[in-house]
Design a protein around this ligand. Structure first.
Ligand code: AMP
Ligand code: MG
Length: 352
C-alpha cells in the first residue's frame, strides 16, 4: 500500500512537472546590438532580438560577412583576388563575357527593370558620366585648391555611352557582356539597398523575428521589437545644421526607409556645392529637390526609388509613387517645404 502511494506520488509529481514545463512561458528574446564601419564604406548598426547570446552572435557575424561579400561583389573601384566583381566587368566585359556570381546578375536585372519603371532616370549604365564627377569630387576633397567641374565636352562624350540595352545578361552561361566598349556600370544607387534586402531575407529565413538593419542610413525593419511595438526610425532632416535632425519619426514593421539627398555627398567649387546624384539630361547634379525618402518593404526597391525620385520632378514622382503598390514617399523641396504621398503617414505608422 505504502509503495503504491509512493508510486502515485511520484507519478503525480512527474505529471505536475511536465505540465509546468509545458506551460512555462518561452524565454523572452533579448536585445543585442552590433556595429561596424567597413561594409559599403559606411557606418552600420544592427539591432536584433534573440533568445540567447550565441544565436545573436552568430546572426551578427553572418550579417557582417554577407554585407562585406556583397560590397566586394558590387565594388567598381577595387579588385579582389579570385573574385569577378563589377570592376572586373567594367574592365573586361567589353572584350569578352565575364563569368559572375548569380547575385550580380540578379542585381543587374533588377536595376534594368527599375530603369524601365523610372523612365530611364535611374540608370546604372551612367558609369562613364558618374566617373567624371567622382574623380573631380575626390580630387577636390583631397585638395580643395584643385576643386573643378568636369569638362562639358567630356560629359557629353561619356553620355553617348549610357545605353543599358548594351549590357547583356546571359543567365545560362552566368555571364555579363558589355557591347559598348565605353560603357561603364555604377550600381551606387541600388547596391546597398539590394544587399540589405538580401540580408533581411536571410535573417528572416534563419528565424529572426525582430531586427533593425541600418546600413549607412539604409534602414530595413524585420518584424517588431521584443515588446511587440514597431521599430521607430527618424527621417533625416537634410538641413544638417537644423536643431531637430529628425523631420519626423516613422513606425516600421517589415518596412524599409531609404533617403537620397544633396546633403549626403558633395564637394564645393567656387562656393557652390555639387552633390552626387546626376540628372541624365543635364549631366549635372539633379536640381529638383533637397531630399527624398521612400518607405516600402523591399530595401532594394526603396533604394532604387529614392534615387529615381530625386531625379524626377515632383509631379512625375508623385504619380510614380501613387501608382506603386506599397510604396510611399516624403519629399523635402529646396525651400524646405515637405510633401508626402497620400499614404505616407498611415503606412509609416506616424500616428501610432
Ligand atoms: P543614392 O545615394 O542611393 O541616391 O545613390 C547615389 C549614387 O548613385 C551616386 O553616388 C552614384 O554612384 C549613383 N548615381 C548618381 N546619379 C545616378 C542616376 N541618375 N542613376 C543611377 N545612378 C546614379
Ligand atoms: Mg538609392
Amino acid at each position: 500500500m505504502r509503495r503504491a502511494l509512493l508510486s502515485l506520488f511520484v507519478l503525480l509529481a512527474a505529471l505536475a512537472l511536465g505540465i509546468l514545463m509545458f506551460f512555462r512561458p518561452a524565454e523572452t528574446p533579448r536585445r543585442y546590438e552590433t556595429s561596424f564601419m567597413d561594409a559599403f564604406d559606411t557606418y552600420s548598426k544592427i539591432t536584433l532580438y534573440a533568445r540567447d547570446e550565441a544565436q545573436a552572435m552568430a546572426w551578427a557575424e553572418e550579417a557582417h560577412e554577407r554585407l562585406l561579400a556583397d560590397h566586394r561583389l558590387y565594388d567598381i573601384y577595387h579588385d579582389y583576388q579570385g573574385l569577378n566583381n563589377l570592376k572586373t566587368v567594367n574592365d573586361n566585359a567589353r572584350i569578352a563575357p565575364v563569368k559572375v556570381d548569380a547575385a550580380l546578375l540578379d542585381l543587374i536585372d533588377f536595376a534594368k527593370e527599375m530603369n524601365r519603371q523610372t523612365d530611364g532616370r535611374m540608370n546604372i549604365a551612367l558609369g562613364s558620366v558618374l566617373r567624371l564627377w567622382h574623380d573631380c569630387r575626390t580630387q577636390a576633397l583631397e585638395n580643395p585648391d584643385n576643386a573643378r567641374l568636369p569638362e562639358e565636352s567630356a560629359l557629353r562624350a561619356a553620355a553617348a555611352h549610357t545605353d543599358l540595352d548594351q549590357v547583356v545578361v546571359d543567365r545560362e552561361a552566368s555571364t555579363l557582356y558589355i557591347a559598348d566598349p565605353d560603357l561603364r556600370l555604377d550600381v551606387g544607387a541600388v547596391a546597398k539597398g539590394y544587399a540589405v534586402e538580401r540580408l533581411a531575407r536571410y535573417l528572416m529565413d534563419a528565424g529572426a523575428e525582430g531586427a533593425l538593419l541600418s546600413i549607412g542610413g539604409n534602414v530595413r525593419a524585420i518584424g517588431r521589437k521584443g515588446d511587440g511595438s514597431a521599430w521607430r526610425v527618424g527621417v533625416q532632416n537634410p538641413d544638417l545644421y537644423a536643431e531637430n535632425q529628425n523631420l519626423t519619426v516613422v513606425g516600421l514593421q517589415n518596412l524599409s526607409l531609404v533617403s537620397s539627398g544633396s546633403y549626403q555627398r558633395f564637394y564645393t567649387v567656387e562656393g557652390r556645392q555639387y552633390h552626387h546624384i546626376i540628372d541624365p539630361d543635364t549631366l549635372a547634379p539633379a536640381d529638383y529637390h533637397w531630399a527624398v525618402s521612400v518607405v516600402t518593404e523591399d530595401s532594394g526597391l526603396a533604394d532604387a526609388l529614392s534615387t529615381a525620385l530625386y531625379v524626377l520632378p515632383l509631379a512625375e514622382g508623385l504619380r510614380l509613387v501613387e501608382q506603386w503598390d506599397g510604396a510611399e514617399a516624403l519629399w523635402v523641396e529646396k525651400d524646405g517645404e515637405i510633401i508626402r504621398s497620400a499614404g505616407f503617414s498611415e503606412l509609416a505608422g506616424e500616428k501610432e
